[in-house]
Design a protein around this ligand. Structure first.
Ligand SMILES: *Cc1c(COP(=O)(O)O)cnc(C)c1O
Length: 234
């Protein structure tokens, strides 16, 4: 099942790249393994996927400690300042930085461990009340502050678009975030390396790729539907 799912996702990514006149190598696939067992992560790793996303600190740390394969862990969910210490040296990329307070805490913990932490700034581009992330207007001012923190490297922007029936509805948001991404990149701010635009999930990744995404975070289409009830999560 996983092999078949992954092949299907790969085929759809390739087709979206082709439609947008982009190279397949421009888009990184992050397999979102939240709520799924380690055996499935290992199986997907063996099928050639290196990047995996988790949205909860505890679950990421748990999988980090138990897994045998050298996978790259991405923290894609909301991060509380008091949990930064558990993951700063275990993740290749934190996708969800949305405040200076959180960035300062990452700086503090990274300095202790003498490491550089790559991060993305999460933008709530559709201004959804239920979502984390800074507004479009707050993005550049936050980046200018985070740029001063020596143990953090801002690598780009991330968003989770609204859940919609028709992914075309999200095209306008992906386009808007891509424009912001390019605008900020052109400023060539010191210590800022705008190279990653993390947008697109199972429901809308093809549209996101057509609009310039360089990193798609795909869970359901690879691992199947999640059963939160069994896991006791909400
Ligand atoms: C769960 C999750 C995803 C993947 O969602 P699917 O719809 O299953 O592909 C992507 N990004 C974030 C931040 C998530 O929490």
């Amino acid at each position: 099942m996983l092999k078949h799912n992954l092949e299907d996702v790969e085929r759809r990514i390739a087709l979206a790249c082709k439609r947008a006149n982009r190279k397949r190598e421009e888009v990184t696939l992050v397999a979102v393994s939240k709520t799924k067992p380690l055996e499935m992560v290992e199986e997907v790793f063996d099928l050639g996927i290196l990047e995996f996303g988790e949205n909860k600190v505890q679950e990421m740390v748990d999988k980090y400690e138990r897994i045998k394969s050298p996978v790259h862990w991405h923290l894609i969910g909301h991060l509380q300042t008091n949990k930064v210490k558990y993951i700063v040296d275990k993740t290749v990329l934190i996708h969800s930085v949305d405040s200076l307070k959180l960035a300062n805490q990452i700086q503090k913990e990274a300095e202790k461990r003498n490491c550089i932490v790559p991060i993305l700034i999460e933008v709530n581009i559709a201004k959804e009340e239920t979502k984390f992330g800074v507004t479009k207007e707050e993005t550049l001012p936050l980046i200018e502050e985070v740029a001063k923190l020596p143990n953090i490297r801002v690598c780009g922007l991330m968003t989770s678009a609204p859940f919609v029936e028709d992914p075309e509805e999200n095209r306008v948001y992906f386009r808007e975030l891509h424009e912001l991404f390019v605008d900020i990149r052109q400023k060539n701010i010191d210590n800022i390396d705008m190279k990653i635009l993390s947008m697109g999930m199972t429901n809308d990744f093809e549209v996101a790729i057509e609009e310039g995404s360089t990193m798609v975070r795909i869970g359901t289409a690879i691992f199947g539907a999640r059963n939160y009830k069994i896991k006791g999560e909400s």
